[in-house]
Ligand binder design. Sequence first.
Ligand code: CMX
Length: 451
Amino acid sequence: MAFFRGLTAVSRLRSRMDLKSQLRELIPEQQDRLKKLKSEHGKVQLGNITVDMVLGGMRGIIGMLWETSLVDPEEGIRFRGLSIPECRKVLPTAVEGGEPLPEGLLWLLLTGKVPTKDQVDALSKELLARSTVPAHVYKVIDALPVTAHPMTQFTAGIMALQVESEFQKAYGNGLPKSKLWEPTYEDCLNLIARLPPVASYVYRRIFKDGKSIEADDSLDYAANLSHMLGFDDPRMLELMRLHVTIHADHEGGNISSHTGHLVGSALSDPYLSFASSVNGLAGPLHGLANQEALLWLKSIIQETGSDVTTDQLKDYVWKTLKSGKVVHGFGHGVLRRTDPRYLCQREFALKYLPEDPLFQLLSKLYEVVPPILTELGKVKNPWPNVDAHSGLLLNHFGLSETRYHTVLFGVSRSMGVGSQLIWDRALGLPLERPKSVTMEWLENYCKNKAA
Ligand code: CMX
């Protein structure tokens, strides 16, 4: 009898350690918090919306709840209150003093708590156990021409994964709204787990011999992603841990996050929602900027050689702008300073690849581009963003196929979009349906106001 009591205590302890059990404990108190906010402060006005905001892509309009992270224009992203430098200090690592394990960030995004190394290791194992991809997914990808953009092949793979959605089944079976977070959780964890094999399949199909590399069960999530792509250099494993951690989430208003949340609000399952996110990420003003930024850096070296002077660089930047293009990797919709995701990648480069010619070029551009963008007189943030830096780091360790880089951003973004989708369903957030108006409506409104 005492033996069985002991066993029950162990399983109770284990269940308290496990991510889903922690969420089950957290959800009721967060639901009460939201109810209180609505009932006590629902009518409080949040500043004034102007016509500029309506016409300007809704900039600055607070209109969405996003629990997992918040961007401060001056300081940058905070994941559940922790900045990137803080995350790099407190989240468990694979190597002493190394980069955070993204599983730790996922835990933090979901629970608001910094996990222990044991919890992170258990989550790594859980993700690996969930990572089997059904064979039809690869057939769907194979049906596309090998020349299709990697992001197209990646999204097709995500859509093919959707046929196993637990959410869709549970919804069809009439699961009550209050319980929908559970199949959302299952889908999101399965999705996050299955993206590395799908992403590496796409890479090896397009750029290598088409032969997949099996996951290594001794490795963590990001290291396995690198391994399955075909890169086992320990520095590359560290880079992938950093890459997946910093690209995971950037509050709710950016296109990939917002799209996932919007589509999810129709109770589309997490696969459908996240495929939409990835399609938004594939736009050159958003995630595809990492591809464009690296192609641009390479084009400078091609045209001028690596001993480029400051004057030559200035000319090149102006030439880019005068040809009607933007300078990819610079500027931001919300940030008004250098992106801390850029700065931590710069730190990584200074540690591992200070002599890399593309890194040295980017360091020079850090001096040259902002004054030129400022001179244009319309750019609100002339400083570099995350996408200026990520490509050259991957390139340094041999992942030089620039067109592929946004796929890795996509793998990482599943953690942020997935975490928020779970909370969307746990809090019972409603269908998203902002009001739109016509130009005529605005003109009449302004006329009446003036009168
Ligand atoms: N190069 C040239 N022009 C730029 C610019 C840049 N890097 N950044 C902004 N501008 C221009 C805009 O195109 C806009 O011009 P118009 O008024 O003629 O249309 C004007 O400056 C004002 O833009 P803004 O208010 O400063 O910036 P937005 O919020 O409209 O756009 C962003 C933000 C990121 C799309 C823009 O800075 C840009 O195009 N940057 C280059 C692309 C890029 O790096 N995107 C990645 C962002 C990070 C991510 O999401 O992954």
